[in-house]
Design a protein around this ligand. Structure first.
Ligand SMILES: *Cc1c(COP(=O)(O)O)cnc(C)c1O
Length: 239
């Protein structure tokens, strides 16, 4: 614990408050209500002690991107701290079983195969799993996410999967130094959400925009993010 604290500098609670303040300021600049934006504290590769400390300081939603790590942490913490887990990593089919029933939201669904596997696991447990569809907007072949042209087909597929509900879109823009350069990607995600929102697709209710990380969450909030995924600014650098 003492080691974690010294690594944190001003302390985890202070960093968390600082990030929340920056979200509030970005909301104010954009004329948005603070309550429209949920902070997902990305705790991947950070110990449970830090998660407990963040929860005590008011963090409610934690993001993980390794399925087994989420499973282990969620099972260890249980309902203890009243926290909610989000899975923000790319989803492999064989890891879905660890996530359904533990993750309140899966941020990065990007194939029909994965949606079908979630359907199988969620219906087996008698629950409905909310998910987001990840978009790849920069056209990089290696990047996870569906291309814009594939979005319609994937959204239409949720009509066949009553135990999976699509509640929004997510993207991870290319890494750049200047957050102004990622703004067009955030805008594009919002345009796509708005375009597909009112089509009456079954099991699709496009409300959420998951976008923005430590380096660019303020721009994301200004462009309409409802979920920002912030790790480093809260927990410090990862190994
Ligand atoms: C790690 C991660 C984040 C958080 O990144 P930071 O730069 O530490 O804020 C956000 N989203 C995804 C998908 C991640 O894997």
């Amino acid at each position: 614990m003492s080691e974690n604290r010294s690594e944190m500098g001003e302390g985890l609670g202070g960093r968390l408050a600082h990030v929340k303040g920056r979200i509030e300021a970005a909301c104010a600049r954009a004329g948005r209500e603070v309550g429209e934006v949920e902070l997902v504290s990305v705790s991947k590769r950070k110990p449970l002690a830090m998660i407990r400390e963040a929860a005590a300081a008011g963090a409610r939603v934690f993001g993980e991107n390794y399925a087994q790590e989420l499973k282990q942490k969620a099972d260890e913490l249980g309902g203890e701290a009243g926290v909610e887990w989000h899975f923000i990593g790319s989803i492999q089919r064989n890891k879905v079983k660890y996530l359904v029933g533990r993750a309140a939201l899966l941020h990065a669904v990007d194939s029909i195969r994965v949606v079908d596997e979630i359907q199988k696991r969620a219906s087996g447990k008698g629950l409905v799993q909310p998910v987001l569809v990840e978009l790849s907007l920069a056209g990089e072949e290696s990047k996870a996410g569906v291309a814009e042209e594939e979005l319609g087909d994937l959204l239409a597929h949720f009509a066949n999967t009553p135990a999976v509900r699509c509640v929004g879109l997510m993207t991870m823009p290319p890494w750049v130094d200047d957050q102004e350069e990622v703004r067009p990607y955030f805008r594009r995600l919002r345009e796509l959400r708005d375009r597909w929102r009112d089509r009456g697709l079954v099991n699709v209710d496009l409300h959420h925009l998951s976008m923005g990380m430590t380096q660019d969450f303020e721009a994301a909030v200004e462009e309409g993010a409802t979920l920002v995924r912030v790790g480093t600014a809260i927990f410090g650098a990862r190994q």
